[in-house]
Design a protein around this ligand. Sequence first.
Ligand code: SF4
Length: 244
Amino acid sequence: MAQNVNNIKDHVDLFHQPEYQELFENKKQFEGMPDAEKVKEVAEWTKTWEYREKNFAREALTINPAKACQPLGSLLAAVGFEGTLPFVHGSQGCVAYFRTHLTRHFKEPVSAVSSSMTENAAVFGGLRNMVDGLANAYALYKPKMIAICTTCMAEVIGDDLGAFVGNARQDGSIPDDFPVPFAHTPSFVGSHITGYDSMMKSILDTLTEGKKAETTNGKINFIPGFETYIGNLRELKKSSLRLI
Ligand code: SF4
């Protein structure tokens, strides 16, 4: 086994283990992957003037680039905080899509729960789903924070997250001082980018409430926005350290 509970490896180390290397080799035959020599040849060609001129000669431009829905960005912001459980107020189908998307990309399991809204909730509102869902999620997973976002269905019927979370606290689903940031993230407006920003703002507002001070701790925190390419973050860190 490349890793076990007593020896959890960072994904960079993990994917260099022989089991994964063998897996990647075997995958190539299904993906029609060119051989290493061809990959190297094309990589070299992308550094040439010919390649540069071809790029500058482009005339077509994508005006509306591909976008994903808001809660996806919201989930990504939430999972960046230790012990945080993303909670999607909506149907199971939506959250299954977000989990799959992020799990496929990171090749790591990404946890998220939903309030499992169905036809009843769509007609009568999702308050009960939220109150029960928060109680279950808190008891089962024992998170340090639950970050709630909405989906299209919850937004179309106008569910009010602030009021629902208040009701859930009153009903004893979660303790009074338990942090529950939330963001309204309908997908008929915005995109994964705005979903990330809304959730990040809500988390920061929640965690810093009543703790803002005039003094500084001398640290800078970079918030990269919806950035799923870990190498870019490493590069950002390296470049920043060079500036110090
Ligand atoms: S677009 Fe709306 S309904 Fe579709 S997956 Fe996203 S949140 Fe769910």
